[in-house]
Ligand binder design. Sequence first.
Ligand SMILES: Cc1ncc(COP(=O)(O)O)c(C=O)c1O
Length: 405
Amino acid sequence: MGLTLSRPDLISLAAGFTDNEFLPVRETREIVRELLSNPGKGRPTLQYGVTPGDAPLRRLTAERLRRLDGMGDGSAALDPRQVLISGGSQQMLYMTTEALCDPDDIVLVEDPTYFVYLGILQSHGIRARGVQVDRDGLDLDHLSKTLEQLKRSGAIGRVKMLYVVSYFHNPTGLTMSLEKKRAALTLLRGYERAAGHPIYLLEDAAYRELRFQGEDVPSALAIRGAAGRVVYAGTYSKPFATGIRVGFGVLPEPLLTAVTRIKGNHDFGTSNLAQKILARALSGGVYDAHLERLRRRYALKSAAMLKAFETHMPSAVDWWTPDGGLYFWVRLPPGLAAGRNSRVFQEAVRAGVLYVPGELCYAADPSRPIPVNEMRVSFGGAKLADIPEGVARLGRVLTRMVRRT
Ligand SMILES: Cc1ncc(COP(=O)(O)O)c(C=O)c1O
């Protein structure tokens, strides 16, 4: 971010920002005007709320999830009382982890994973164990082997949960199938007796609504019999406005009570103004209309990036193309490093393009070396017109570097 500010010529394909030109400024202005149109409406909007969140927003969130997951209206499987509103989903990830884990506990994570989550683990002294992913997402065999190995080494009692970014994964862009979620939950269940406590699945669905091709996949909440072990973290940041920063969790008891208490200690409730803006956007159709425009926009940007990759990347480089979200995952030949201190990174900056080195997305897990030849390349924040030039700059650097290796 610092580099981007100091070098306006730089094209950043690094930041996980959403499209700046498509933020819903006019829509939000109209909603705020209406919310504050008279003292009767305006006062509750500008007052403190309650810790679990605005009741209409919790109801609308539960209804939306039921619809997305194909559950009938009024389904007992998802009660609005299980919904806890948070300051972005980031806060939900933080609170859930804090509620469940003690220092030295173990959280299983995809390898690679969302690097900010790794920061949460690190700051609590919690160990991360990486579970391999391939083009199909989480490698269930490796999950099974990892659990077995933790059991044999006597560490299974330390395992509290598996954290997955299940839609258009950050950083790889992959989506986890329902079958994989089901199989992962079954595997985790199988080790609960040895662990002596529940092992949860924390499903981070931050990018779920940003699908621009293919069919939505149900979340783990839709899996019969799994509700007691699933924590679902969602957000209105990415699909509406990152600056409003409202997220939510769906949690089973007793976690719900524990996390609500932590939320009480953090801030006793997310900003009422922010919540009411979202409730109004959701109930009035503004949110859905905006999402449709956003999806079309990201489809266009992703297609522009794909075309630029096909034109400018040397044949030794490959990439995973997403069906939604903001990211391509790019893999260089094994001998070519793309990390922060690499020639590739330095030359890319010199050429005026930024990416996220893949190595940052791997947990400090001593059981394997960290791959250094990968990069996360985002089409989210860059201007549509800059994407071909940004990729061309990267392509020229990589073509030169591949020739030298
Ligand atoms: C995978 C993932 N989860 C959660 C978040 C947090 O988003 P927010 O707190 O804005 O909901 C992000 C943000 O980039 C993300 O990439």
